[in-house]
Design a protein around this ligand. Sequence first.
Ligand code: RB5
Length: 144
Amino acid sequence: MENLKVVVGSDHGGFEYKEAVINFLKSKNISYIDVGTYSKASCDYPVIAKKAAEKILSGEADRGILICGTGIGMSIAANKIKGIRAALCHDTFSARATRAHNNSNILCLGQRVIGEYLALDIVDMWLKSEFEGGRHQRRVDMLE
Ligand code: RB5
């Protein structure tokens, strides 16, 4: 996972966990792009989700992590963009399974839903888990 480039983004509701995720990525020597938000001032999650998606679709980033209060707004917004498969995960089993089965390219988290240490465990699991391909590739192709 050290070779991945990860785009990270949040609204005000996820700002603190975005900073924690960035510190985690730094500790693992994983390069990242921060598309904001850059303060706790209120902002609109669809704007951030679009910025992150564009980094993935352009190839500037391999995968993304988006955080809002619930993770739901970010996942709805990101999944409206063709080519994005965003997975809202609040447990490590789902984080591994969505990489293996859905080849998810964005992980969404809710800062108001789970604790920071669990969030970082989910990030770790999601980043290191690989897509299994095979029958799952056929289903991912159907999504597109
Ligand atoms: C912001 O208050 C909150 O609505 C947002 O962070 C997110 O939870 C939306 O889904």
